[in-house]
Design a protein around this ligand. Structure first.
Ligand SMILES: Cc1ncc(COP(=O)(O)O)c(C=O)c1O
Length: 406
């Protein structure tokens, strides 16, 4: 049996993936973060304050909810939702933002900065910075700003400065590039809070550590609700933080099948998708070695997904390793399949899911009828869909009001 939970190694590698591919000027800054991260794992007062904020501020534990209507409709496995959408700020991102804000404060930094795609990470970070008492600066692609204008207003209301990025595809990759460029100049006073399990060591390990609360709770809740482990855990995969948060504590439980769902956008052969593990190749991006969707010259491709938070040509290095090890199966769902799951879940369960999470739902709804009623699927409902309503109606008006999956 592999001991996945012992990864990464001391240099931040998950097999051939990960590492810290940064200019020498950032080595010192990232080493400082790594040392602090290793310290807080054993620091009782940090852990106590983190726990207090997760419970009393963010509202954890999030419920594990049996979706009775949909389970009955589909006639196969029992389907449970892990309700990360009920967290304060409406998604899983608050879990690691609170941890990173406390770490930044401990390091004596004045400001936190980050990139954001759907705006969920930006809102979560602005919220965490406000409660911990730090300045906050968020970089966001201008296309994403137009799609997620409510989140832009929220970030400003929470006291953050939002910087529009207009380069390239004006989305998540360009926002990361831009934010990193500024961080190189300002690292002494600033904490860079990456929004997923991506980037140079120690970020992939640190974000996974803070997000693993999701799977820890599912382990406990499974015992209470169905007195055994689930058969399947399913999560959408952008950079990979909600998926790794759910999977982490189950990695060594071989009987639990783990499935990550990538966005196949307008189709895997359309050139307009962000299915990095399905169609990418090993390469380097944003300070890490991982799978990358690349052009012929090796540069990262422009990618597409209806869900801004999945629109990224790289992937967390732990996922790259888990794919090669075949411990996690990576599949995909299209824009249309996600919109159908978005509409169907709203109507049948009274829950409007984020378009990101709707990719995981779409795949699970296709799998459930092939399983028996004794089997249990847990889907990570990574966020709420209020942010997506206008965009979904504008792009797919006919589907967004439909009630079925066909
Ligand atoms: C609700 C939601 N789910 C999922 C994601 C994808 O990120 P990750 O793969 O890191 O969980 C995002 C990113 O913004 C998001 O907002």
């Amino acid at each position: 049996m592999s001991n996945y939970k012992s990864l990464p190694d001391k240099n931040g590698f998950y097999g051939a993936y990960g590492g810290r591919l940064v200019p020498p000027v950032l080595e010192k800054a990232l080493k400082e973060v790594e040392v602090a991260f290793n310290e807080i794992k054993k620091d009782a007062s940090f852990q106590q304050e983190y726990k207090r904020l997760l419970q009393d501020f963010a509202g954890r534990p999030s419920p594990l909810y049996l979706a009775k209507n949909i389970s009955a409709d589909l006639g196969g496995a029992q389907i449970y939702f892990k309700r990360e959408d009920l967290n304060h700020t409406g998604a899983h991102k608050i879990n690691h933002c609170l941890g990173e804000a406390l770490l930044a404060k401990r390091l004596g930094k004045k400001k936190m900065m980050a990139e954001t795609g759907a705006g969920q990470h930006g809102v979560a970070l602005a919220t965490a910075a406000a409660v911990v008492g730090l300045e906050c600066e968020i970089y966001m692609g201008s296309i994403d700003m137009a799609k997620q204008s409510d989140n832009v207003v929220k970030m400003k209301l929470l006291g953050a400065k939002v910087v529009a990025v207009n380069e390239g595809g004006s989305s998540l990759k360009e926002a990361v590039d831009s934010a990193f460029g500024v961080y190189m100049k300002e690292y002494e006073d600033t904490f860079f809070a990456i929004g997923s399990v991506v980037g140079p060591h120690p970020y992939p390990a640190m974000v996974a550590y803070f997000q693993s609360i999701i799977g820890q709770e599912v382990l406990e809740q499974s015992k209470e609700k169905f007195e055994r482990l689930p058969d399947y855990l399913i999560a959408c995969v952008g950079g990979g933080s909600n998926a790794l948060g759910l999977f982490h504590d189950f990695l060594d439980e071989d009987e639990v099948k783990l499935i990550g769902v990538e966005p196949s956008g307008k189709g895997l052969d359309s050139g307009q998708h962000a299915a990095t593990l399905t169609l990418g190749k090993p390469g380097a991006i944003h300070g890490m070695q991982t799978y990358v969707l690349q052009n012929a010259d090796g540069s990262p491709s422009t990618v597409h997904s209806i869900a801004s938070g999945l629109d990224y040509p790289g992937i967390g290095p732990f996922h790259a390793y888990l794919k090669d090890e075949k411990r996690v199966e990576y599949v995909s769902a299209s824009d249309k399949e996600a919109i159908k799951a978005f509409s169907y879940t709203s109507k049948r369960e009274g829950i409007i899911p984020a378009l990101e999470s709707s990719h995981a739902l779409a795949y699970a709804y296709h799998l459930a009828p092939t399983l028996s009623p004794e089997e249990v699927i847990v889907i990570n409902l990574s966020g709420r869909g209020d942010k997506d309503i206008d965009y979904a109606l504008q792009e797919f008006p006919e589907i967004a009001f439909e009630s079925g999956l066909k």
